[in-house]
Design a binder for this molecule. Structure first.
Ligand code: PLP
Length: 387
Protein backbone atom coordinates (compact mmCIF):
# COMPACT_ATOMS: atom_id res chain seq x y z
CA UNK A 1 0.00 0.00 0.00
CA UNK A 2 1.11 3.59 -0.70
CA UNK A 3 2.59 5.51 2.21
CA UNK A 4 1.23 8.91 1.07
CA UNK A 5 -2.25 9.92 -0.03
CA UNK A 6 -2.78 10.31 -3.80
CA UNK A 7 -5.50 12.90 -4.50
CA UNK A 8 -7.86 12.43 -7.43
CA UNK A 9 -6.75 15.76 -8.94
CA UNK A 10 -4.19 18.52 -8.36
CA UNK A 11 -3.27 21.54 -10.47
CA UNK A 12 0.22 21.95 -11.94
CA UNK A 13 1.35 25.40 -10.80
CA UNK A 14 5.01 26.12 -11.51
CA UNK A 15 7.42 29.07 -11.38
CA UNK A 16 6.10 30.59 -14.63
CA UNK A 17 2.57 30.98 -13.19
CA UNK A 18 3.86 32.14 -9.79
CA UNK A 19 6.23 34.74 -11.27
CA UNK A 20 3.54 36.05 -13.60
CA UNK A 21 1.11 36.52 -10.70
CA UNK A 22 3.82 38.26 -8.67
CA UNK A 23 4.51 40.49 -11.67
CA UNK A 24 0.82 41.49 -11.76
CA UNK A 25 0.76 42.16 -8.03
CA UNK A 26 3.91 44.32 -8.22
CA UNK A 27 2.73 46.16 -11.33
CA UNK A 28 -0.22 47.67 -9.48
CA UNK A 29 -2.62 46.40 -12.18
CA UNK A 30 -4.39 43.44 -10.62
CA UNK A 31 -7.90 43.45 -12.09
CA UNK A 32 -8.98 43.22 -15.75
CA UNK A 33 -6.23 44.66 -17.93
CA UNK A 34 -3.44 43.76 -20.37
CA UNK A 35 -2.98 40.17 -19.22
CA UNK A 36 -6.68 39.41 -19.62
CA UNK A 37 -6.41 40.73 -23.18
CA UNK A 38 -3.32 38.58 -23.82
CA UNK A 39 -5.00 35.50 -22.37
CA UNK A 40 -8.16 36.00 -24.45
CA UNK A 41 -6.11 36.47 -27.64
CA UNK A 42 -4.05 33.34 -26.91
CA UNK A 43 -7.12 31.23 -26.07
CA UNK A 44 -8.93 32.45 -29.16
CA UNK A 45 -5.96 31.46 -31.33
CA UNK A 46 -5.58 28.09 -29.60
CA UNK A 47 -9.19 26.95 -29.99
CA UNK A 48 -9.81 28.81 -33.25
CA UNK A 49 -12.77 30.82 -31.97
CA UNK A 50 -13.64 34.11 -33.67
CA UNK A 51 -14.50 35.62 -30.25
CA UNK A 52 -13.35 34.61 -26.74
CA UNK A 53 -14.54 36.43 -23.62
CA UNK A 54 -13.02 35.66 -20.25
CA UNK A 55 -15.23 35.44 -17.17
CA UNK A 56 -15.05 34.65 -13.45
CA UNK A 57 -16.29 31.08 -14.07
CA UNK A 58 -17.98 28.82 -16.58
CA UNK A 59 -21.11 29.13 -14.45
CA UNK A 60 -21.06 32.89 -15.13
CA UNK A 61 -20.93 32.11 -18.86
CA UNK A 62 -23.80 29.65 -18.57
CA UNK A 63 -25.78 32.26 -16.64
CA UNK A 64 -25.17 34.92 -19.33
CA UNK A 65 -25.85 32.52 -22.21
CA UNK A 66 -29.55 32.34 -21.32
CA UNK A 67 -30.59 36.00 -21.80
CA UNK A 68 -28.06 36.48 -24.62
CA UNK A 69 -29.59 33.62 -26.60
CA UNK A 70 -33.12 34.67 -25.73
CA UNK A 71 -33.89 31.71 -23.46
CA UNK A 72 -36.30 32.27 -20.59
CA UNK A 73 -39.77 31.70 -19.20
CA UNK A 74 -41.71 29.01 -21.09
CA UNK A 75 -38.71 27.64 -22.99
CA UNK A 76 -37.28 24.14 -22.72
CA UNK A 77 -33.58 23.35 -22.87
CA UNK A 78 -32.43 19.77 -23.47
CA UNK A 79 -29.29 18.61 -21.71
CA UNK A 80 -27.66 15.60 -20.09
CA UNK A 81 -28.29 14.39 -16.53
CA UNK A 82 -24.60 13.38 -16.33
CA UNK A 83 -23.22 16.86 -15.65
CA UNK A 84 -22.32 19.37 -12.97
CA UNK A 85 -25.20 21.24 -11.34
CA UNK A 86 -24.43 24.61 -12.96
CA UNK A 87 -25.38 23.32 -16.44
CA UNK A 88 -28.92 22.82 -15.21
CA UNK A 89 -29.10 25.44 -12.44
CA UNK A 90 -28.54 28.25 -14.93
CA UNK A 91 -31.42 26.99 -17.10
CA UNK A 92 -33.70 26.97 -14.04
CA UNK A 93 -32.50 30.41 -12.87
CA UNK A 94 -33.43 31.81 -16.31
CA UNK A 95 -36.98 30.56 -15.74
CA UNK A 96 -36.71 27.93 -18.48
CA UNK A 97 -37.29 24.20 -18.00
CA UNK A 98 -34.36 21.78 -18.15
CA UNK A 99 -35.23 18.59 -20.03
CA UNK A 100 -33.08 15.51 -19.50
CA UNK A 101 -32.04 13.33 -22.46
CA UNK A 102 -30.35 10.03 -21.68
CA UNK A 103 -26.69 9.29 -22.40
CA UNK A 104 -24.77 6.67 -24.39
CA UNK A 105 -23.49 3.74 -22.34
CA UNK A 106 -19.85 3.72 -23.50
CA UNK A 107 -18.95 7.42 -23.62
CA UNK A 108 -21.52 8.76 -21.12
CA UNK A 109 -22.12 11.62 -23.60
CA UNK A 110 -25.63 12.78 -24.45
CA UNK A 111 -27.32 10.48 -26.98
CA UNK A 112 -28.55 12.43 -30.06
CA UNK A 113 -31.41 9.92 -30.53
CA UNK A 114 -32.60 10.62 -26.98
CA UNK A 115 -32.33 14.37 -27.64
CA UNK A 116 -34.63 13.95 -30.65
CA UNK A 117 -37.21 12.15 -28.48
CA UNK A 118 -37.34 15.13 -26.09
CA UNK A 119 -37.84 17.91 -28.65
CA UNK A 120 -41.18 19.75 -28.38
CA UNK A 121 -42.57 23.01 -29.78
CA UNK A 122 -41.13 24.74 -26.68
CA UNK A 123 -37.57 23.49 -27.14
CA UNK A 124 -35.17 26.38 -27.62
CA UNK A 125 -31.68 24.96 -27.12
CA UNK A 126 -29.52 21.86 -26.64
CA UNK A 127 -26.63 21.86 -24.18
CA UNK A 128 -24.26 18.98 -24.91
CA UNK A 129 -21.53 18.41 -22.30
CA UNK A 130 -18.27 17.00 -23.67
CA UNK A 131 -18.10 14.51 -20.83
CA UNK A 132 -14.66 13.79 -19.35
CA UNK A 133 -13.06 15.65 -22.28
CA UNK A 134 -14.48 13.51 -25.10
CA UNK A 135 -16.45 15.36 -27.77
CA UNK A 136 -20.15 14.68 -28.22
CA UNK A 137 -21.25 13.68 -31.72
CA UNK A 138 -21.61 17.29 -32.84
CA UNK A 139 -22.59 16.59 -36.49
CA UNK A 140 -25.69 14.79 -35.27
CA UNK A 141 -26.45 17.47 -32.67
CA UNK A 142 -26.05 20.27 -35.23
CA UNK A 143 -28.28 18.35 -37.66
CA UNK A 144 -31.05 18.26 -35.02
CA UNK A 145 -30.50 21.93 -34.27
CA UNK A 146 -30.90 22.82 -37.96
CA UNK A 147 -33.95 20.60 -38.38
CA UNK A 148 -35.79 22.10 -35.39
CA UNK A 149 -34.22 25.58 -35.38
CA UNK A 150 -32.50 25.19 -32.00
CA UNK A 151 -29.49 26.91 -30.45
CA UNK A 152 -26.49 24.80 -29.41
CA UNK A 153 -24.60 25.80 -26.26
CA UNK A 154 -21.61 23.52 -25.69
CA UNK A 155 -20.68 22.94 -22.06
CA UNK A 156 -16.95 22.74 -22.73
CA UNK A 157 -15.91 22.74 -19.06
CA UNK A 158 -14.04 19.44 -19.60
CA UNK A 159 -13.02 20.17 -23.18
CA UNK A 160 -10.10 22.62 -23.35
CA UNK A 161 -8.00 20.96 -26.07
CA UNK A 162 -10.69 18.48 -27.15
CA UNK A 163 -11.06 18.04 -30.91
CA UNK A 164 -13.98 16.78 -32.99
CA UNK A 165 -13.22 15.57 -36.53
CA UNK A 166 -10.08 17.69 -36.69
CA UNK A 167 -11.62 20.84 -35.20
CA UNK A 168 -10.98 22.16 -31.71
CA UNK A 169 -13.97 22.56 -29.41
CA UNK A 170 -14.49 26.34 -29.33
CA UNK A 171 -14.22 26.69 -33.11
CA UNK A 172 -17.53 25.07 -34.07
CA UNK A 173 -20.43 27.24 -35.19
CA UNK A 174 -22.09 27.55 -31.78
CA UNK A 175 -21.51 28.97 -28.33
CA UNK A 176 -19.05 27.07 -26.12
CA UNK A 177 -18.19 27.71 -22.50
CA UNK A 178 -14.94 26.56 -20.85
CA UNK A 179 -14.03 26.29 -17.15
CA UNK A 180 -10.69 27.01 -15.51
CA UNK A 181 -11.58 25.66 -12.05
CA UNK A 182 -8.47 24.11 -10.39
CA UNK A 183 -9.55 20.54 -11.19
CA UNK A 184 -10.02 21.23 -14.91
CA UNK A 185 -7.43 20.55 -17.63
CA UNK A 186 -6.04 24.08 -17.24
CA UNK A 187 -6.73 26.56 -14.46
CA UNK A 188 -6.82 30.25 -13.59
CA UNK A 189 -7.75 29.56 -9.95
CA UNK A 190 -11.36 30.20 -10.85
CA UNK A 191 -12.36 31.36 -14.31
CA UNK A 192 -14.16 30.66 -17.53
CA UNK A 193 -14.18 31.52 -21.24
CA UNK A 194 -17.16 32.16 -23.49
CA UNK A 195 -16.42 31.44 -27.17
CA UNK A 196 -18.65 32.24 -30.11
CA UNK A 197 -18.52 32.87 -33.82
CA UNK A 198 -21.27 35.52 -33.57
CA UNK A 199 -20.16 39.12 -33.06
CA UNK A 200 -23.53 40.31 -31.74
CA UNK A 201 -23.55 37.58 -29.09
CA UNK A 202 -19.94 38.38 -28.19
CA UNK A 203 -20.71 42.04 -27.71
CA UNK A 204 -23.70 41.34 -25.52
CA UNK A 205 -21.62 39.03 -23.31
CA UNK A 206 -18.95 41.74 -23.10
CA UNK A 207 -21.58 44.22 -21.90
CA UNK A 208 -23.32 41.83 -19.50
CA UNK A 209 -20.08 40.70 -17.86
CA UNK A 210 -19.28 44.27 -16.83
CA UNK A 211 -22.31 46.26 -15.69
CA UNK A 212 -23.59 47.01 -19.22
CA UNK A 213 -20.76 49.54 -19.36
CA UNK A 214 -20.37 51.37 -22.71
CA UNK A 215 -16.59 50.90 -22.80
CA UNK A 216 -17.27 47.19 -23.45
CA UNK A 217 -19.36 47.97 -26.54
CA UNK A 218 -16.72 47.77 -29.25
CA UNK A 219 -19.09 48.10 -32.19
CA UNK A 220 -21.43 50.92 -31.32
CA UNK A 221 -19.24 53.02 -29.05
CA UNK A 222 -15.55 53.37 -29.90
CA UNK A 223 -13.26 53.23 -26.86
CA UNK A 224 -12.07 56.63 -25.72
CA UNK A 225 -9.98 57.76 -22.82
CA UNK A 226 -12.79 59.64 -21.12
CA UNK A 227 -13.70 58.68 -17.57
CA UNK A 228 -17.34 59.12 -18.48
CA UNK A 229 -19.44 56.19 -19.68
CA UNK A 230 -22.97 55.08 -20.43
CA UNK A 231 -24.84 52.13 -18.94
CA UNK A 232 -26.47 50.42 -21.90
CA UNK A 233 -28.17 47.54 -20.06
CA UNK A 234 -28.25 46.20 -16.50
CA UNK A 235 -25.18 43.96 -16.34
CA UNK A 236 -23.34 41.70 -13.90
CA UNK A 237 -19.81 41.68 -12.43
CA UNK A 238 -18.24 38.65 -14.12
CA UNK A 239 -14.93 40.08 -15.39
CA UNK A 240 -11.73 38.04 -15.01
CA UNK A 241 -8.78 39.64 -13.15
CA UNK A 242 -5.25 39.99 -14.55
CA UNK A 243 -4.10 37.89 -11.57
CA UNK A 244 -6.20 35.02 -12.95
CA UNK A 245 -5.15 35.59 -16.55
CA UNK A 246 -1.50 35.58 -15.40
CA UNK A 247 -1.97 31.94 -14.40
CA UNK A 248 -4.01 31.13 -17.51
CA UNK A 249 -1.42 32.41 -20.01
CA UNK A 250 1.11 29.84 -18.80
CA UNK A 251 -1.43 27.05 -18.29
CA UNK A 252 -2.62 27.44 -21.88
CA UNK A 253 0.96 27.17 -23.17
CA UNK A 254 1.26 23.83 -21.32
CA UNK A 255 -2.20 22.48 -22.17
CA UNK A 256 -1.11 20.14 -24.99
CA UNK A 257 1.61 18.72 -22.74
CA UNK A 258 -0.92 18.26 -19.93
CA UNK A 259 -3.25 16.38 -22.29
CA UNK A 260 -0.43 14.14 -23.52
CA UNK A 261 0.35 13.20 -19.93
CA UNK A 262 -3.34 12.61 -19.12
CA UNK A 263 -3.68 10.43 -22.22
CA UNK A 264 -0.65 8.36 -21.25
CA UNK A 265 -2.14 7.76 -17.78
CA UNK A 266 -5.64 7.01 -19.13
CA UNK A 267 -4.23 4.50 -21.59
CA UNK A 268 -2.25 2.90 -18.79
CA UNK A 269 -5.53 2.48 -16.84
CA UNK A 270 -7.21 1.13 -19.98
CA UNK A 271 -4.54 -1.54 -20.33
CA UNK A 272 -4.05 -2.44 -16.69
CA UNK A 273 -7.75 -2.55 -15.78
CA UNK A 274 -8.96 -4.27 -18.96
CA UNK A 275 -9.25 -7.67 -17.28
CA UNK A 276 -11.03 -6.44 -14.13
CA UNK A 277 -14.54 -7.83 -14.65
CA UNK A 278 -15.95 -5.69 -11.81
CA UNK A 279 -15.25 -2.45 -13.75
CA UNK A 280 -16.77 -1.14 -17.00
CA UNK A 281 -14.09 1.11 -18.49
CA UNK A 282 -14.77 4.33 -20.43
CA UNK A 283 -15.00 3.81 -24.20
CA UNK A 284 -13.74 5.90 -27.09
CA UNK A 285 -16.42 7.29 -29.41
CA UNK A 286 -16.38 5.77 -32.93
CA UNK A 287 -15.69 9.07 -34.77
CA UNK A 288 -12.40 10.94 -35.22
CA UNK A 289 -11.62 13.11 -32.18
CA UNK A 290 -9.03 14.04 -29.58
CA UNK A 291 -10.06 13.08 -26.06
CA UNK A 292 -8.67 15.61 -23.55
CA UNK A 293 -8.99 13.07 -20.72
CA UNK A 294 -10.22 15.51 -18.09
CA UNK A 295 -11.61 12.56 -16.11
CA UNK A 296 -11.13 8.79 -16.06
CA UNK A 297 -14.49 7.40 -15.01
CA UNK A 298 -15.04 3.64 -14.90
CA UNK A 299 -18.33 2.23 -13.63
CA UNK A 300 -18.05 -0.12 -10.65
CA UNK A 301 -20.23 -3.19 -11.28
CA UNK A 302 -21.64 -3.14 -7.77
CA UNK A 303 -23.84 -6.16 -8.46
CA UNK A 304 -20.61 -8.21 -8.49
CA UNK A 305 -19.46 -6.73 -5.15
CA UNK A 306 -20.77 -6.71 -1.61
CA UNK A 307 -20.27 -2.93 -1.36
CA UNK A 308 -21.81 0.10 -3.07
CA UNK A 309 -19.94 2.85 -4.95
CA UNK A 310 -19.53 5.19 -1.94
CA UNK A 311 -18.14 2.27 0.08
CA UNK A 312 -15.82 1.42 -2.82
CA UNK A 313 -14.51 5.01 -2.71
CA UNK A 314 -14.08 4.76 1.10
CA UNK A 315 -12.12 1.51 0.69
CA UNK A 316 -9.86 3.15 -1.90
CA UNK A 317 -9.26 5.99 0.55
CA UNK A 318 -8.14 3.46 3.19
CA UNK A 319 -5.56 2.37 0.58
CA UNK A 320 -4.43 6.04 0.36
CA UNK A 321 -6.08 6.55 -3.04
CA UNK A 322 -8.37 9.53 -3.57
CA UNK A 323 -11.28 9.44 -6.01
CA UNK A 324 -14.06 11.73 -7.19
CA UNK A 325 -17.76 11.50 -8.04
CA UNK A 326 -18.63 13.01 -11.45
CA UNK A 327 -21.58 12.82 -11.30
CA UNK A 328 -24.64 11.71 -9.44
CA UNK A 329 -27.28 12.24 -12.15
CA UNK A 330 -29.08 15.58 -12.01
CA UNK A 331 -32.60 14.10 -11.89
CA UNK A 332 -31.72 12.36 -8.62
CA UNK A 333 -30.94 15.58 -6.71
CA UNK A 334 -33.75 16.71 -4.40
CA UNK A 335 -34.43 20.04 -6.15
CA UNK A 336 -34.63 18.49 -9.62
CA UNK A 337 -36.50 15.42 -8.39
CA UNK A 338 -39.31 17.66 -7.24
CA UNK A 339 -39.06 20.13 -10.16
CA UNK A 340 -38.80 17.57 -12.99
CA UNK A 341 -40.14 14.39 -11.39
CA UNK A 342 -38.28 12.18 -13.89
CA UNK A 343 -38.20 8.54 -12.73
CA UNK A 344 -34.98 6.55 -13.14
CA UNK A 345 -36.69 4.33 -15.75
CA UNK A 346 -36.97 7.37 -18.06
CA UNK A 347 -33.16 7.73 -18.00
CA UNK A 348 -31.94 4.14 -17.62
CA UNK A 349 -28.35 4.63 -18.80
CA UNK A 350 -27.68 7.75 -16.70
CA UNK A 351 -29.38 6.23 -13.66
CA UNK A 352 -27.27 3.06 -13.99
CA UNK A 353 -24.05 5.11 -14.33
CA UNK A 354 -25.04 7.44 -11.50
CA UNK A 355 -24.93 4.60 -8.94
CA UNK A 356 -21.64 3.19 -10.22
CA UNK A 357 -19.39 5.94 -11.56
CA UNK A 358 -16.11 6.87 -9.91
CA UNK A 359 -13.32 9.23 -11.03
CA UNK A 360 -9.85 7.74 -10.57
CA UNK A 361 -6.79 9.94 -9.92
CA UNK A 362 -5.75 11.68 -13.14
CA UNK A 363 -3.58 14.78 -13.35
CA UNK A 364 -0.38 15.70 -15.20
CA UNK A 365 1.99 15.55 -12.21
CA UNK A 366 0.98 11.94 -11.51
CA UNK A 367 3.51 9.28 -12.46
CA UNK A 368 2.94 5.83 -13.93
CA UNK A 369 4.03 4.48 -10.53
CA UNK A 370 1.18 6.45 -8.95
CA UNK A 371 -1.20 4.96 -11.51
CA UNK A 372 0.17 1.49 -10.73
CA UNK A 373 -0.66 2.13 -7.04
CA UNK A 374 -4.24 2.99 -8.06
CA UNK A 375 -4.58 -0.23 -10.07
CA UNK A 376 -3.17 -2.27 -7.19
CA UNK A 377 -5.51 -0.63 -4.66
CA UNK A 378 -8.52 -1.28 -6.91
CA UNK A 379 -7.58 -4.95 -7.26
CA UNK A 380 -7.09 -5.23 -3.47
CA UNK A 381 -10.48 -3.64 -2.71
CA UNK A 382 -12.25 -5.80 -5.29
CA UNK A 383 -10.59 -9.03 -4.10
CA UNK A 384 -11.70 -8.27 -0.52
CA UNK A 385 -15.30 -7.47 -1.49
CA UNK A 386 -16.14 -9.80 -4.35
CA UNK A 387 -19.53 -11.48 -3.92
C1 PLP B 1 -16.77 22.59 -13.69
C2 PLP B 1 -17.97 22.49 -14.53
C3 PLP B 1 -18.83 23.57 -14.73
C4 PLP B 1 -18.71 24.85 -13.97
O1 PLP B 1 -17.47 25.45 -14.10
P1 PLP B 1 -17.08 26.65 -13.12
O2 PLP B 1 -15.93 27.30 -13.80
O3 PLP B 1 -16.68 26.00 -11.81
O4 PLP B 1 -18.24 27.53 -12.96
C5 PLP B 1 -19.88 23.42 -15.62
N1 PLP B 1 -20.10 22.27 -16.27
C6 PLP B 1 -19.31 21.19 -16.08
C7 PLP B 1 -19.61 19.94 -16.85
C8 PLP B 1 -18.24 21.26 -15.18
O5 PLP B 1 -17.48 20.18 -14.98
Amino acid sequence: MRSTFLPFSAPTIEDAEINEVVDSLRSGWITTGPKVKRFEEAFKAYVGAPFALSLTSATAGQHLSMPVLGIGEGDEVITTPMTFASTVNTIAIAGATPVMADIEAGTLNIDPEQVRRKITSRTKAIIPVHFAGQSCDMDRIFALAREYDLTVIEDAAHAAGTEYKGKRIGSLDSVSIFSFHPNKNMTTGEGGMFCTSDETIAEEVALLRFHGHSREAWKRFPVNSSQDYDILMPGFKYNMMDIQAAIGIHQLAKLDGFIEKRTELAEFYNRELADVAELALPQYAPYEQRHAWHLYTPLVRIEKLGINRMQFMEELKKQNIGSGLHYRAIHQHPYYRSLLNVPDQELPVASYASERIVSLPLFPRMTLDDARDVVEAIKTVIAANRR
